[in-house]
Design a binder for this molecule. Sequence first.
Ligand SMILES: [Zn+2]
Length: 430
Amino acid sequence: MSSPAGAPVTLLVHNAGPLVTVAGSHGSPAGGARQGAVGIVPDGAVAAAGERIVAVGTSAEVLRSVEVAPDAEVIDARGALVLPGFVDPHTHLVYAGERQHEFPRRLRGESYLDILAAGGGILATVEATRRADEATLAELTRSRLDVALAHGTTTMEIKSGYGLDTTSELKQLRAVRRAASGHAIDVVPTFMGAHAVPATAGRDADAYVELVIEEMIPAVAAERLARFCDVFCEHGVFSVEQSRRVLQAGVAAGLRPKLHADELAGGGGAELAAELRAVSADHLVHASEAGIAAMAAEGVLAVLLPGTTFALMGRDYAPARRMVEAGLPVALATDANPGSSPTESMQIILNLACLQLRLSPAEAVVAATLNAAHAVGMADTVGSLEVGKRADLVIYDAPDLDYLAYHYGTNLARRVVAGGRTAWTRTGAA
Ligand SMILES: [Zn+2]
């Protein structure tokens, strides 16, 4: 139990069945044996003054130690599971144009390359995103943020990368800023101009990389539109050398590096992430043993995206168990995007992480909260329920963690608290 004496609390959540705090990491991501260290308080409570948590412990301890303001929000969890809000550290949420019409074609066996050649795939999303104005993109993004919030996400990273020219990339990031303004979800923006080589660049990746480095990164930095710079390091997209140049230019402009690495084939992406001491390398389906070891040694997080493998009907999932055994901290994300992972729900990702990555429910929860917070540089303020952090938590209609990870396809969130206030509740049937 920890709490300072102080102002009356404005939020009290008590009578949590298990309260899962994910506390006690002492500021570092949880890898190896600590990957599953969830920290369970039976009959738990959390109190907040304004946005910040001021007490966490058993209900009896917290009720004894705090003074509740007369107008405080007092929530009886009635024995239900309470978790920190999910942190979704890898999404492509800002886009126009859905791609469900490609789904029956993919199910009939058409390849991604066939669909791309017919003007579909990512190029279709780029076309639609370029045509949409900033206000429209912001509105679309905001409605997707609402869905994510209702499924328990309270912090989310969003990447650009469907503009692929300077004007459109800036428009995407401005739309992210506009969508995030006043929203309960705390949004972390990432610049990803190097997501694909646009058709308009004549498939000249080197020339496009020059544009990203010389024009886009300085413009993004000047407007302070992003905290991270990401690149799709993959054979046939951007080479290790091109990726290195983009990420180094980003670092020079104050953007911390992240990579899409080793998704479709192993190609040295994990090794590059270690060399650059990137914040994270993401996907990693085909990461080498040496790459995994190098990432662990250099403190680079693995962000795994099982929803993408699932939606693409892939056979191979990222080697999560080998990563945990190597002491590499694993985080989870939706990769929400219209082509290869059309979901905003971290709950389904939790389920896939258990069924397909073979993480335990406890390991998956740490991956989706504390480690995910580290993956977006936000672990000081979110990702666990500890005194001083933002009061972001979710009450689920579930008796324990195992149930949350095992019962899939329905939204189990009952109430989402963000920044010390209820931001979403499920209204019961009349
Ligand atoms: Zn991605």
